[in-house]
Design a protein around this ligand. Structure first.
Ligand SMILES: [Mn+2]
Length: 276
C-alpha cells in the first residue's frame, strides 16, 4: 500500500496480480536444471531462440506472443541449472516468460543470502555449478540470480482470475492474496507438519476438495502423467527423474511433453508406473 494524492489509499497491485494478462500461455512444469529438455520443449511449442545478451546467452520468444509460465523449481538436481535460470530470467525480462517461486528456488535464495540451510545432493549440484564459474563473473552472476529469485511471486493470478499458477498448488481462499501462510502453501503444499515412514512430509489432498472456478496449474509432486482433478492439474512429470518435461497450452488445454534424455537423479519415491 502507498499513500497517493490527498490521503487516498491507493492499492498497489500485489506481486501475484496479473489478472490483465490474458495469454495465451504455455505453462511449464518443474525444470530442475534440465535445460536440454526445456529448450526442446520450447522449440516444440513454437518458441524461437534469441540472443538477449542480458545475463546468459539463452532466451526464447514466441512469434505469436505466447508466454511461457514456469511453475518454479528451476534449480537443483539436474545438469544445467545456470542455463535454466538464465533462460527463464531472460524470458521474464523480455516479456516472453513469467515464473513463480518453487521451494528449491526459495532455498537456493536463502543460501545465497548467507543463511544456514541444509545442503542436500540437489542443492550441492547447483552450488558446484556456481563454484565452477570464473572468479571475475561469479559474484555478479550470483547477485543476478539472487535478485531474480527475490522477485519471484508466490503465485500468479492470470486471465481475469480464470487461471492460477502456483508451485505446489493453491486452495481457492488463498488466490490473489499474500501472507507467509499462503507462501508456505504455494511452495510446499498443504503439509500437515508430519512425515511418513520415508521421512517425507505428509500433505493433504487440497485438489480433491477444490471447488473453485479458476483453473489451478501446479507442479512440485512428480506424477507419471497430468490428470485434471476438479479444475486443477499437476504438470510435474518428473523430468529430472527420467520422466518428461510437460507444458500445458492455455487456453487450448493441450499437454505437450518431451521425454527426459536420462535419469539425472533417483526419485525420493517412485512416481513412474511400477513395471509388473
Ligand atoms: Mn518443489
Amino acid at each position: 500500500m502507498s499513500l497517493c494524492g490527498e490521503g487516498d489509499l491507493a492499492r498497489e497491485p500485489l506481486a501475484c496480480d496479473f489478472n490483465h494478462v490474458q495469454g495465451p500461455f504455455d505453462i511449464i512444469g518443474d525444470v530442475h536444471g534440465c535445460a536440454d529438455e526445456l529448450e526442446m520443449l520450447l522449440c516444440r511449442l513454437g518458441y524461437q531462440s534469441t540472443s538477449p545478451r542480458i545475463w546468459s546467452p539463452h532466451a526464447y520468444h514466441h512469434p505469436e506472443g505466447r508466454k511461457a509460465v514456469f511453475v518454479g523449481d528451476l534449480v537443483d538436481r539436474g545438469p544445467r541449472v545456470l542455463d535454466s535460470l538464465g533462460i527463464v530470467h531472460n524470458m521474464c525480462v523480455l516479456g516472453s516468460g513469467m515464473c513463480v517461486s518453487g521451494n528449491h528456488d526459495a532455498k537456493l535464495l536463502r543460501k545465497l543470502q548467507g543463511r544456514n540451510v541444509k545442503i542436500g545432493h540437489g542443492l550441492a549440484m547447483t552450488l558446484s555449478e556456481i563454484e565452477a564459474l570464473p572468479g571475475e563473473s561469479r559474484q555478479s552472476i550470483t547477485e543476478h540470480i539472487a535478485g531474480f529469485l527475490t522477485e519471484l511471486p508466490s503465485h500468479l493470478v492470470l486471465d481475469q482470475g480464470r487461471l492460477v499458477v502456483a508451485h505446489a498448488g493453491l486452495k481457492e481462499e488463498f488466490h490473489g492474496r499474500e501472507s507467509p501462510q499462503i507462501l508456505a502453501f504455494a511452495l510446499y503444499g498443504d503439509t500437515t507438519g508430519e512425515v511418513d515412514k520415508d521421512g517425507l512430509p505428509i500433505r493433504r489432498d487440497w485438489a480433491a476438495e477444490y471447488r473453485g472456478q479458476s483453473k489451478v496449474v501446479y507442479g512440485h509432486t512428480p506424477v507419471h502423467a497430468p490428470v485434471w482433478v476438479n479444475g486443477t492439474v499437476d504438470i510435474d512429470t518428473g523430468c529430472v527423474f527420467g520422466g518428461m518435461l510437460t507444458a500445458l497450452r492455455y487456453p487450448e488445454l493441450e499437454f505437450v511433453s518431451v521425454p527426459a534424455a536420462k535419469v539425472y537423479c533417483e526419485p525420493p519415491r517412485p512416481f513412474l508406473p511400477q513395471k509388473m
